[in-house]
Design a protein around this ligand. Structure first.
Ligand code: KGT
Length: 277
């Protein structure tokens, strides 16, 4: 089985972004790829909340999901849209991933659990939770012979999510992202490799990269990592493009046999000794 990640520099033009996904799906399918992942906010990378509210109407969302289902079916591959904003009942939005089958059926969705409320030096403070409502459910879904564990971007900093996905039998962790440049330079590779090593799983991370129409700059460097932590494919810059790697199920078995960390896991109590010195 061959898997792929599409690096994008998504704009606020939904049609352009969907075109880019359609072209990549065709290129991937012609190279024998059966699973293609796109980055966080690949369909619409907005600048302001108002823009999202205007765009994310039930009708637009439905129409867009139809177009994405067609792309999956026309190219007979699993299409994982890293995320797209959809309205939540409380007036906020969900940052939601979508997985389509090669028949164009919507198999599952995942709502980003950990929202990026951070103050990264050199960037404006992000308060993702002002606009987005956090998901409350970790999701694992079979994709052919593999079990895909879902996550989005900032989730990658919360190792216990991946431990839960691993316990749910996931063996390929998806981390579509739109990382900032400073945190990407400092943390991106090491976090993704750690998640692969800790869980004995492949990691597929399709990234946004470059200077976006909405004013954001993102780090790029999409990655496919094997369960031993080796980088199998990398888009080693910020420019758009496809990376492809073979997914050898034996590598999962081998890594987990050599380091059976799930079986070796222990429960423990915590003692904090606040001595008066
Ligand atoms: O808001 C949108 O339109 C799309 N969402 C994003 O770009 C999100 C929230 S601002 N970005 C991240 O989670 C970056 C995390 C990151 O960079 C890190 O963990 O270091």
């Amino acid at each position: 089985m061959k898997i792929a990640a599409l690096q994008m520099c998504s704009s606020m033009q939904v049609d352009q972004n969907i075109d880019a996904i359609a072209q990549a799906a065709q290129a991937a399918a012609s190279q024998g790829v059966s699973y293609l992942q796109t980055p966080e906010m690949s369909v619409m990378f907005a600048e302001r909340r108002a823009q999202l509210d205007e765009w994310a109407t039930a009708q637009n969302v439905e129409q867009t999901l139809g177009a994405l289902a067609d792309i999956a079916r026309n190219n007979a591959l699993y299409l994982h849209i890293g995320s797209m904003a959809v309205p939540a009942e409380d007036g906020r939005l969900f940052n939601r991933a979508f997985l389509f089958s090669p028949n164009g059926e919507l198999l599952t969705t995942y709502d980003k659990i950990h929202l990026f409320d951070a103050d990264v030096e050199g960037d404006d403070p992000y308060r993702e939770s002002d606009n987005y409502r956090p998901g409350e459910e970790a999701v694992v879904c079979p994709v052919g012979a593999i079990n895909l564990g879902f996550s989005i971007c900032y989730d990658v900093r919360f190792a216990h999510l991946y431990a839960a996905l691993r316990e749910g039998d996931a063996n390929v962790m998806a981390v579509p992202a739109a990382f900032t440049v400073p945190t990407g330079e400092a943390h991106w590779h090491v976090l993704l490799r750690a998640r692969a090593i800790e869980t004995g799983s492949f990691v597929v991370a399709a990234a946004q990269g470059g200077a976006h129409e909405n004013g954001r700059n993102t780090y790029g460097h999409s990655l496919i990592i094997d369960p031993w932590g080796r980088i199998l494919a990398e888009k080693a810059d910020k420019s758009p493009g496809l990376i492809i790697a073979p997914l050898d199920l034996n590598l999962i078995k081998e890594a987990r046999m050599r380091l059976p960390t799930l079986a070796n896991r222990r429960e423990f109590s915590l003692s904090v000794n606040r001595h008066m010195s």
